[in-house]
Design a protein around this ligand. Sequence first.
Ligand SMILES: Nc1ncnc2c1ncn2[C@@H]1O[C@H](COP(=O)(O)OP(=O)(O)OP(=O)(O)O)[C@@H](O)[C@H]1O
Ligand SMILES: [Mg+2]
Length: 302
Amino acid sequence: MSVTVHGGVSPAPARHDPAEQDVPQQASTGLRGVELTLGYHGVQVVASASIRMLNGHVTALVGPNGSGKSTVLRALARLHRPDSGQIVLGDGSSALDLTAKDFARRVTLLAQSRPTPNGICVRDVVEYGRHPYRGRWRREDPEGAAAVAWAMEVTGVDGMAERGVDELSGGELQRVWLATSLAQRTDVLLLDEPTTFLDLRYQIEILDLIRDLADEHKVAVGVVLHDLNQAATVSDHVALLHKGEVQAAGAPAEVFTGPLLSKVYGLRIDVHPDPQTGHVSTKPVGRHTHRLRDAALDTDVH
Ligand SMILES: Nc1ncnc2c1ncn2[C@@H]1O[C@H](COP(=O)(O)OP(=O)(O)OP(=O)(O)O)[C@@H](O)[C@H]1O
Ligand SMILES: [Mg+2]
């Protein structure tokens, strides 16, 4: 089964802004936030953040708790009104000018926290992802059944279609919400910690799926991840947030340097580049890290 990709793949108009730096010529921007300043109740938490999601690319947002990742993603998904800055789609239109339904056909967000509805089965929740394609009076949605079936299959929730969502485990529920976002079949997919609660197999399957959506269907994926190694492996581009600012953005190997990561996270993080692939892996070093080695030394001594 395949994903239908909707609009938004025409090149962005030529203009200079920080979110467009280093855009490969052949790639077009699915969505970009330009100099976004965001806050809550008058308190600024994100300052002039620029970020862009290219079609066919995975962009990872990383950074410590409270650095502003969810706030940025929610602003890009129009769930948080910016104090200043712009949100621009690939065809140059401002996200804030579209109707809610038009926007929902182009951009979806799997939010970090959601209330769990009571008394609703898994299939009904996933079908909710089709809401932008349904009229107020008409219920026709010719592609709906296939989209829902595909989304449930790739997230592995098809076997629990009739179960109530209020009786699922955290990981099962996470996959149901992901299926709901996928059923929406948007050109831009924003995912806030999609691997939280998932066991290892589903973490890797979701990352594989994200990669396939970008590679095969040219979806622009923006994903918040806490696991820096997963971010380095799955993404083409990383934005590292710290205290509400984009500290660095670029290819994972450029952004993930030991000194920068150690400063941002406030802990020693060693970075190991693989000379053959160019990929980097990161290793946080805590007081416990030497425990096994010290235990081995102890054994040698006695
Ligand atoms: N509803 C809210 N009202 C007031 N302040 C908020 C609200 N939501 C978030 N904040 C504050 O905004 C800042 C950024 O929060 P945000 O949720 O964007 O961080 P994050 O990088 O997603 O963190 P995490 O990794 O913990 O999910 C934090 O200081 C947080 O306390
Ligand atoms: Mg968050």
